[in-house]
Design a protein around this ligand. Structure first.
Ligand code: PLP
Length: 481
């Protein structure tokens, strides 16, 4: 069969197009790329398998090779090969995670993974679900917190409820703002609490904000602590947040989408001390741990609440008179109907590597990040934004020679704000590297190198990346800014 032989070629196509000699990216501006790929992208007329292969190869040629060590643009990188195999198997078996009857073993695997991970995070009697990402997990968290405070919200909505408010640090991920909007609470219901120089929530400010809201008859429903902020990788003081949540009777959620992977390490899990006191946690194995996108978990301490808050009891899917134990139909806990079997790819990784392998990988990238931080601290022209290391994020400026030994006034920082993105542009258009940059609070644009399990980097890769940043930084002049 023609289609089948095409399927057999896919592995070779992907292997060729991601081979070590293939550049990270051959960047083209959108209109130019549209022109280059015009015929390849068009879909009206059918093509032969050979033409299809040519078009697919061209699509991949112009795509970013996120498996390369020089892809440092995001909080994800290359995928774990076992995870990728798991994804392919899962896609080939094309089923949904909602009922035992269509996903018998995948259901057992999801349960197994959840129980293992719940124990790891200190919720041995908890509950959870795989969700399509950290932003969706944030929606789950607020829905659970709000339902716990006002169960009637499920049937009556928020019309007759008092004004609800939530708290998170100003350095947190933006998903809480979107979730507040989507859930009808509004973005103004989120109190963005000041963070310190290291990006951690200032706990005294949290308490003051809570008191002010309570005094003005608002109802705090959730405090979101972050374990690994997007830019600096900051970990909030979770124990102190837990103390405050206990005192004021407020739901504590921890966004551990990034930093949750540190729980895999006996040595570094202590950085998240207090997470076990939370009511709910989100963790994205698709970030640091290299599970293929998307793989995210939402965990709750209280068993049953997820089902109570989200179930719709559809009689055509979750019939209670089925011939098997319907407690294994777990899909009604979810906001989704059809749901990918994301647990399987994580199971493949865990099964192959075991707790010990994942522990070692976590320790390794933390050591690598420490090496990067120490190198940046000593290397001429480089300046750290924040230290010590919390998660494996290293943030820094590169100051080109022509900018050094000058008064660092507003004008100087204004130039630095433009220099960082310009260096990125040169790095990217020359295919040397893709690296994230961001401002943070009063800090002007700086680079963020965040380390992930895959591909496994060596110290020499880090030196090469810093060298690339330096080389491109030295190409900048005032005139070409
Ligand atoms: C700290 C943190 N939380 C949540 C998210 C959102 O996760 P997702 O991209 O899976 O929606 C991110 C994404 O970068 C993040 O950095």
């Amino acid at each position: 069969m023609e289609q089948e032989s095409f399927l057999h070629r896919v592995l070779k196509i992907v292997k060729d197009e991601t081979a070590p000699n293939v550049p990270l990216i051959e960047f083209r501006h959108p209109k130019e790329l549209e022109d280059i790929l015009k015929d390849d992208i068009s879909i009206s007329d059918p093509v032969s398998d050979q033409q299809l292969e040519e078009s697919v190869r061209k699509v991949l040629h112009y795509s970013v090779k996120t498996n390369k060590p020089t892809f440092k643009n995001q909080l994800y990188g290359g995928t774990d090969p076992y995870g990728l195999a798991g994804t392919w198997i899962a896609e080939a078996f094309n089923t949904s995670q909602y009922t035992y009857e269509v996903a018998p073993v995948f259901t057992l695997i999801e349960n197994k993974m959840l129980n293992h991970i719940l124990k790891l995070f200190g919720f041995p009697d908890g509950d959870g679900i795989f969700s399509p990402g950290g932003s969706i997990s944030m929606l789950y968290a607020i829905v659970a917190a709000r339902f716990k405070a006002f169960p009637e919200v499920k049937s009556k909505g928020i019309r007759n409820l008092p004004e609800m408010v939530m708290y998170s640090s100003e350095s947190c991920h933006y998903s809480i703002m979107k979730a507040a909007h989507w859930l009808g609470l509004g973005t103004e219901s989120v109190r963005l609490i000041k963070s310190n120089q290291c990006g951690q929530m200032v706990i005294e400010e949290l308490e003051t904000a809570l008191k002010n809201d309570i005094n003005s008859n608002k109802v705090p429903i959730m405090v979101n602590g972050t374990a690994g902020t997007t830019v600096l990788g900051a970990i909030d003081n979770l124990d102190k947040i837990a103390d405050i949540c206990a005192e004021y009777g407020v739901w504590m959620h921890v966004d551990a989408c990034w930093g949750g992977s540190l729980m895999l390490s006996q040595k570094f899990r202590t950085k998240l001390k207090g997470i076990e006191r939370a009511n709910s946690i989100s963790w994205n194995p698709h970030k640091m741990a290299g599970a293929p996108l998307q793989c995210s978990l939402f965990l709750l301490k209280e068993r049953g609440l997820l089902h109570e808050a989200n179930s719709a009891a559809a009689q055509y899917l979750f019939q209670q008179d089925k011939f098997y134990d319907v407690r294994y139909d777990t899909g009604d806990k979810s906001i989704q109907c059809g749901r990918k079997i994301d647990a399987f790819k994580l199971w493949m990784i865990w099964k192959a590597r075991g707790d010990i392998g994942l522990n070692q990988m976590t320790d390794y990238i933390m050591e690598l990040a420490e090496f990067c931080l120490e190198t940046v601290a000593l290397r001429p022209g480089f300046r750290l934004v924040s230290a010590p290391l919390q998660c494996p994020n290293v943030c820094f400026w590169y100051i080109p020679s022509f900018m050094r030994h000058q008064t660092e006034d507003e004008k100087w920082w204004g130039l630095m704000h433009k220099i960082t993105p310009k260096i990125k542009e040169i790095l990217m258009t020359s295919s040397r590297m893709m690296v994230a940059y961001s401002p943070h609070k009063e800090h002007k644009n700086f680079f963020r190198l965040a380390f992930t399990f895959h591909p496994k980097l060596k110290e020499k890769d880090i030196i090469e990346m810093l060298q690339a940043i330096e080389d491109c930084g030295e190409m900048i002049t005032i005139e070409n800014l």
